[in-house]
Design a protein around this ligand. Structure first.
Ligand SMILES: O=C(O)[C@@H](CO)OP(=O)(O)O
Ligand SMILES: [Mg+2]
Length: 401
């Protein structure tokens, strides 16, 4: 029933206006799935390779599609992803492109779900999934690679940890986003928005901590449940080997100073989450920080682990972190992302399913988060390509998908 009978690929727009790969998968009994690859700006050095979309499409048409059509079942995700790996033949999808691979992988999952007549999260997670929802991490202030002339820290993320429901959590993040705007107005700070829809004010990181802290506590008071915040420091982008440290404008922090700074911010602002606080090669620095504050907060590896089980295993062995960011396009297939989630969960690591800064209306990650009981999902706060995922979570909770 789920035998794949056709795969088509095309270039579509992503949220930055760049081209990306969209895949359609059709099955023998009329099942249909469509998915698109997202794209990063602060990409990790060890991510699977995204090819220019036209090249990725041409390579997948030649190498992958003939191995799928008439040969592989969309309902068997391992079989689909094994065929993609066999067609590619490398460790990093550099032949067919991780963008073609992940689009096909996700579209096949949707086609499989369509044939079964089940929502995607149930197809991926099993019939008993769907009762536990991730806490959405909402980017409310940002800079780094996502907005020039704004904060050095890439993302300040609202975390409505006390929200009674996913819907209230999603609206809480939007309320924090709105409150940040008012507070910036009061300070006469003009703010454009960055790639993910977060405010991108030309203020210092210290001022951003104050504004977000205030916005979070005002909103929590108003809504009557606990809201905290966290960070994605994207520190690989701050790290400069020549300067031998982390560059914050005119200031350079040594690794020890960076660890001290982050530990201090965790204590001062009761941060619930810190992603990529150190360079993507610095397992030792990560371990040092985790030993100091890992009891109080999540130390999450994004560029450090790149959703890759080998890098995650190195991190587990080194006690480098206590959580992992999961981005299917970093590794190129849903099966590989599931393997990373499984290894993380077995080792007591929290999982955080994540969007990219360049996104489409695709909602696969919302289903992936519910399917795998992820503790968190990072998928922005406002802007259509972000609200697509947030609204899908609300629909899943409402049994309306
Ligand atoms: O660093 C990150 O976590 C992501 C998403 O917020 O950014 P990008 O997609 O640019 O890598
Ligand atoms: Mg990150």
């Amino acid at each position: 029933m789920t035998l794949i009978t056709n795969v088509s690929l095309r270039r579509i727009l992503d949220s930055r206006g760049n081209p990306t790969v969209e895949a359609d998968v059709l099955t023998e009994s009329g099942g249909f799935g469509r998915a698109a690859a997202p794209s990063g700006a602060s990409t990790g050095e060890y991510e699977a390779i995204e090819l220019p979309p036209s090249e990725a499409i041409a390579a997948a048409r030649e190498g992958a599609i003939p191995r799928l059509v008439g040969a592989v079942h969309a309902g068997n995700q391992r079989e689909v992803d094994a065929a993609l790996h066999a067609a590619d033949g490398t460790d990093d999808f550099s032949e067919i492109g991780a963008n073609s691979a992940v689009a096909i992988s996700m579209a096949a999952a949707k086609a499989g779900a369509d044939v079964l007549g089940a929502p995607l999260y149930q197809h991926l997670g099993g019939t008993f999934r769907g009762d536990s929802f991730p806490t959405p991490l909402g980017n409310v202030v940002g800079g780094g690679e996502h907005a020039k002339e704004a904060t050095h820290i890439q993302e300040f993320l609202a975390a409505p940890v006390g929200a009674p429901s996913i819907s209230e959590a999603v609206f809480a993040n939007a309320a924090v986003h709105a409150r940040v705007s008012e507070l910036l107005d009061e300070r006469d700070v003009p703010a454009a928005k960055g790639d993910e829809g977060a405010w991108a004010p030309p203020i210092s990181d210290a001022d951003a901590f104050e504004v977000v802290d205030q916005a979070v506590s005002d909103t929590a008071d108003e809504l009557g449940f606990e809201i905290k915040f966290g960070l994605d420091m994207a520190a690989a982008e701050l790290y400069d080997a020549e300067a031998d440290g982390y560059v914050y404008g005119d200031e350079v922090k040594s690794t020890d100073e960076q660890v001290e700074y982050v530990a201090e911010m965790v204590r001062e602002y009761d941060l619930v989450y810190v992603e990529d606080p150190l360079d993507e090669d610095d397992y030792e620095g990560f371990a040092d920080l985790t030993a100091r504050v890992g009891e109080q907060t999540l130390i999450c590896g994004d560029d450090l682990f790149v959703t890759n089980v080998e890098r995650l295993q190195d991190g587990i062995d080194a006690d480098a972190a206590n959580s992992i960011l999961i981005k299917p396009n970093q590794i190129g297939s849903l099966s590989d992302a599931f393997d990373a989630i499984e290894l993380a969960t077995e080792n007591g690591y929290e999982t955080v399913i994540s969007h990219r800064s360049g996104e489409t209306e695709d909602t696969t990650i919302a289903h992936l988060a519910v399917a795998t009981d992820a503790g968190f999902i990072k998928t922005g706060t406002v802007q259509g390509e972000r609200t697509a995922k947030l609204n899908e979570l609300i629909r899943i909770a409402d049994d309306a998908v």
